[in-house]
Design a protein around this ligand. Structure first.
Ligand SMILES: Cc1ncc(COP(=O)(O)O)c(C=O)c1O
Ligand SMILES: [Zn+2]
Length: 384
């Protein structure tokens, strides 16, 4: 194991677990995280393998046994662009967009899967399964296929067929389930035995490690000066939680100081458990009844990392905001009109989050605002 990592730790109850054994959740039900212990690193920037154009340039900060085991399709190091025209339309001098749609399977989910599948392979896993809103299933299928691991994906039956087709093209089994990703998760545990390793969001410790590279990357791309505000369309929350973890690690490494961007979660009005819990001052979110949104990645009624998201939003003095389905469509069109990108609806939601937060003066025109376009629109064409 990379010497920076010693154990897996529960952020809720503090229990520790051996890092070189397969682990899912803590016995208390919370996710397990791999915290780094930084000692005696003379020149931390030597920790970056700068000739590598993928997120594996940060491999020395990832909890793996051997870099030669990595299962990679060239993910990460996605473009970070100043969008002057869209910024002007939204009333911001300094708007930045990070385009995750260029990842190998079209979304930021590839980041999590490259690390999770690498680690699963290192630990001898031969079969993985997960419930997915769509993009994570496609990413899991692609990386499992590259690793020679069998993959079974459970997705809601109203997900556009392009997602299940894409999973099958990568050799995965697909089971369609009536309801949301939560129902898909329940069907998975009823139908599969324990020989299938559970890759569900935050129910294994390594997808979030892949996602944390978004935090390293944006810092490196901005010459180690973080933006004032980051908006992220939020479902299960690994994007937000991963970046928040990366900022802590970068501070330990001396790459950045103690200042943090305000973190903002954007959800759909049809499924906004984190927004509700944030504004009610709660530490945990209640499951959302009758979750409904075409921004499929945001249709997550209940997330086991809820307390970690809420902590990051509060500690950073950020906020959480919900947008309507019509606004999500407006958001997609706005990005298409004023940039070169064609965002997935989750990105469309995030743009409207910016618009509304400028209107209510949470955001000031002079602040630097980074918005994640978490995926491309292509697979959603049945819906948009
Ligand atoms: C395109 C897209 N954006 C955002 C999200 C939400 O990400 P997270 O579950 O990490 O909060 C998803 C999740 O499926 C997604 O597919
Ligand atoms: Zn615990």
């Amino acid at each position: 194991m990379n010497r920076l990592f010693k154990t897996l730790t529960c952020p809720k109850c503090g229990r520790e677990y051996p890092i070189n054994e397969l682990q899912n959740r803590c016995v208390c039900g919370a996710p397990l995280l791999a915290y780094i212990r930084v000692e005696n690193i003379n020149d931390p920037l030597d920790m970056i393998v700068s000739e590598d154009d993928s997120l594996w340039r940060y491999r020395k900060l990832l909890p793996i046994n051997d870099e030669n085991n990595r299962v990679t399709l060239g993910e990460g190091m996605t473009p970070l662009k100043h969008e002057v025209e869209l910024g002007a339309v939204l009333g911001l001098d300094n708007l930045l967009l990070k385009d995750e749609g260029v990842n190998p399977t079209g979304s930021f989910k590839d980041r999590g899967m490259t690390v999770a599948i690498t680690r699963a392979k290192e630990l001898g896993v031969t079969k993985v399964s997960l419930p997915s809103a769509g993009n994570a299933g496609v990413a899991a299928a692609a990386y499992a296929n590259a690793a020679g691991i069998e993959c079974s994906v459970f997705i809601p039956d109203d997900t556009p067929s392009s997602f299940s087709e894409s999973c099958r093209e990568h050799g995965a089994n697909v089971t369609l389930v009536k309801g949301t990703i939560s129902d898909a998760g329940r069907a998975m545990s009823e139908q599969l035995d324990e020989s299938w390793f559970d890759l569900s969001t935050l129910k294994e410790p390594y997808r979030v490690e892949g996602k944390k590279t978004m935090g390293y990357e944006l810092a490196e791309q901005l010459d180690w000066k973080l933006p004032d505000v980051i908006l992220y369309p939020t479902g299960g929350g690994t994007g937000l939680i991963g970046m928040w973890k990366a900022f802590d690690e970068m501070e330990k490494l001396g790459w950045i100081g103690s200042e943090r961007p305000k973190m903002v979660s954007v959800q759909s009005e049809g499924c906004a458990p984190i927004v509700k819990a944030f504004h009610e001052g709660k530490d945990f979110a209640e499951p959302w009844e009758n979750a409904k949104t075409n921004a499929l990645g945001l249709r997550v009624p209940s997330a086991i990392g809820d307390f970690l998201m809420l902590e990051a939003l509060r500690e950073s003095e950020g906020t959480a905001i919900a947008v309507s389905e019509d606004e999500i469509i407006d958001g997609i069109r706005l990005v298409e009109k004023h940039t070169d990108l064609s965002p997935a609806p989750e990105g469309g939601a995030a743009v409207i989050g910016v618009k509304k937060l400028v209107e209510n003066q949470f955001l000031k025109g002079s602040e630097s605002v980074l918005l994640f376009i978490t995926g491309s629109k292509e697979k959603y064409s049945e819906l948009y």
